[in-house]
Ligand binder design. Structure first.
Ligand code: PA5
Length: 423
């Protein structure tokens, strides 16, 4: 059952002390009067999303049905992480059916060469995603893989390349129109890291066979559940206020903790959302992540006894869809028979409970625990919207524009100079 538990945070202050501030920020978010108000289209999107565009995505999948076994998704940052997080959370790391491979997110020739080699005999669809249409990592991959598609399919490549970009601006829009690709639109008022519910996230997912209708239903339910301005009725605002209080107490980092390897990319998505939204003007809490119990064998020592300026936000999912029962062994040479007949989901739960107590009761690390039902598409939609609202509120509480990323340009400028890019 969905629930946010603050009982292991050690927070003494009453959340309601923040009600006035939260109400002001709530109005800014919902009435579009706050900083970056040109980019709050995502707030009502679960209700107001473009139904025609949505049906076109379903039709696109139908048009290509049976013609592909691999989808190449070419994008970076907000044009990449949401789809990957969803694909792995919902379908797992080695899913049956369509394989989804992400490119456009690196300059690594080693990685791109491996992908080129891996897909050469596959039946491909290529979805290039870029709002600006000029992102260098994405443009480099796209040119390389467009060439592969043209060599492999000739004129037919056009049918298999789909561009998701701005409705009228940017070179990708012009290129797609000129080449005659099918295109999908990234709305003007939704920025990259808030765009999972647009074709940026939904098109790769529908091509992978994910139930995007259920995903949007989850987001709509979240929109209804998290619409109150009252902190006591709105868990997203409780989470945002708890972050603010912990920040004020001197906590400098938040560790997003999961207990399943297929949630690692969800953590990457969350890190971008909070990092790029909140980390500016010398403010913000550093978003970091770990996957337990795996990382208890690498970071566990630090978490237990190192510097105390971080807290954990733990994602606990009741039902991940698959389970295993630990088998007995007559010889018991490994001395593991004490677990015979136990489910691994139970073992993982005991690891979660033991770790929570070790970190909070012994290590004094505040822990916020967020429980979700399962790893379905519906829950993914619900979870994403929860963090969207929490992030918008967190930034407004810090008086920060959640929707720009001026600092990202600095590395680009330096790199372009070195690359000799014309002005
Ligand atoms: O959240 C963001 O705005 C960024 O992460 C962008 O999505 C990322 O830089 C990619 O930009 P674009 O979609 O223009 O290629």
């Amino acid at each position: 059952m969905f629930k946010v538990d603050f009982s292991k945070t050690g927070l003494k202050e009453d959340f309601s002390l923040y009600q006035e501030e939260v109400s002001r920020c709530h109005r800014d978010l919902h009435e579009k009067t706050g900083k970056g108000n040109d980019f709050v289209g995502w707030v009502d999107w679960p209700k107001n999303y473009d139904k025609e565009e949505f049906d076109r995505m379903l039709a696109c999948r139908k048009r290509l049905e049976g013609k592909y076994d691999t989808v190449l998704v070419c994008g970076i940052g907000g044009s990449y992480l949401g789809a990957r997080a969803a694909n792995e959370m919902i379908r797992g790391l080695y899913p049956k059916g369509v394989e989804v491979i992400f490119i456009g997110n690196t300059f690594s020739a080693s990685y791109l060469s491996q992908v080129l080699d891996h897909v050469k005999d596959k039946e491909l669809v290529l979805n290039v995603i870029s709002k600006s249409g000029t992102t260098t990592e994405t443009s480099i991959s796209f040119r390389i893989f467009k060439k592969l598609m043209e060599e492999k399919y000739g004129e037919g490549a056009k049918e298999r390349i789909i561009a998701t970009t701005d409705k009228s601006r940017g070179v990708l829009r012009a290129l797609a129109d000129q080449e005659g690709y099918e295109t999908f639109v990234i709305p003007d008022d939704i920025g990259g890291r808030y765009s999972v519910f647009t074709p940026v996230g939904l098109l790769p997912l529908v091509l992978a066979g994910v139930d995007i209708e259920a995903l949007m239903k989850g987001s709509l339910q979240a929109m209804k559940d998290f619409s109150s301005e009252k902190i006591e009725e709105n868990p997203t605002y409780q989470y945002a206020v708890a972050r603010r209080m912990l920040g004020k107490e001197g906590y400098r980092a938040e560790m997003f903790v999961t207990y399943h390897l297929q949630l690692t990319m969800l953590a990457e998505w969350w890190k971008q959302l909070f990092g790029e939204s909140e980390g500016k003007e010398g403010k913000g809490i550093l978003p970091t992540s770990a996957c337990f119990s795996t990382d208890l064998h690498s970071l566990g020592q630090f978490i237990q006894e190192g510097d105390r300026s971080f807290y954990e936000t733990v994602i606990d999912i009741d039902d991940m869809g698959a389970d295993l029962v630990f088998p007995g062994d007559d010889k018991d040479l490994d001395k593991m028979n004490y677990l015979t007949g136990k489910k691994l989901s139970w073992v993982n739960k005991m690891a979660f409970e033991g770790t929570l107590s070790a970190h909070y009761d012994v290590g004094n690390v505040p822990n916020i625990v967020i429980h979700f039902d399962d790893n379905s598409a519906y829950t993914f939609g619900y979870l994403i919207y929860f963090f969207f609202i929490a992030c918008g509120m967190s930034c407004y509480l810090l008086d920060i524009n959640p929707f720009n990323q001026p600092g990202v340009e600095v590395y680009k400028k330096k790199m372009f100079k070195l690359l000799g890019k014309p002005e």
